[in-house]
Design a protein. Structure first.
Length: 214
């Protein structure tokens, strides 16, 4: 089974992906995480992607499609949760082609609906474990170990693009490019919507039901 989690930055896709891979047999494809790893390793891809990410812009489609194609080859035969990809109609078209080529398909697209005003608060307060990727929030989900991760003791950091100046551009990119992508999936009948302002456990249960996994 392959599923896409689609929604604005901060709508909870990453948190839900992590919950799903803990409980079910999925691998998570977070294109944002792959790009951040490339930046940390100072690869050619990382150096190129960083300037786009720092400004809150989307990395060009051809780069993202190549990255995802490579990942799919390395994870052949596994059920994938796509988190942060596709973000444009061109990426969605290419993903269909990549899956067709592998005699596979997208089973469901889950759209995380949320009031944009909540997102800024969610994003500016978000902290991520630099070691295991666990996601916290300084107000709504603080770590009981202060600046360290409860799960692995890694240090919690703020993503450079979670600063207020960059957030508005990321939200604008979502409206401009990902809005039409959501309509693309609505038209082809694979879209389900959830209210992602709810508690993560409630959202998790609802997605489980949508996917018939309960
Ligand atoms: P995320 O972690 O999903 O919020 O992604 C962080 C940043 O990585 C985005 O603001 C983009 O600059 C870049 N990025 C991640 N996924 C994509 C994608 N599918 N297409 C273009 N850029 C992406």
């Amino acid at each position: 089974m392959n599923i896409i989690l689609i929604g604005a930055p901060g709508s909870g896709k990453g948190t839900q992906s992590r919950m799903f891979i803990e409980k079910y047999n999925f691998v998570q494809l977070s294109t944002g995480d792959l790009l951040r790893a490339a930046i940390a390793q100072k690869t050619e891809l990382g150096l190129m992607a960083q300037s786009y990410m720092d400004q809150g812009k989307l990395v060009p489609d051809e780069v993202m499609i190549g990255l995802v194609d490579g990942y799919m080859t390395s994870q052949a035969g596994k059920s994938v949760i796509f988190d942060g990809f596709p973000r444009t109609v061109a990426q969605a078209d290419s993903l269909n082609a990549m899956l067709n080529k592998r005699a596979s398909k997208i089973d469901k697209v889950v759209y995380f609906k949320i009031n944009p005003q909540i997102l800024v608060k969610r994003l500016t307060g978000r902290r991520t474990c630099s070691k295991c990727g666990e996601i916290y929030h300084i107000e709504t989900k603080p770590s009981s170990k202060g600046h360290l991760c409860e799960k692995c003791g890694g240090s919690l950091t703020q993503r450079p693009d979670d600063r207020e100046e960059v957030i508005s551009e990321r939200l604008a990119q979502f409206e401009k490019s990902t809005g039409p992508t959501i309509e693309f999936y609505r038209k082809n009948g694979s879209l389900a919507e959830i209210d992602s302002e709810q508690d993560p456990e409630v959202v998790f249960k609802q997605i489980t039901k949508i996917l018939d996994l309960a």
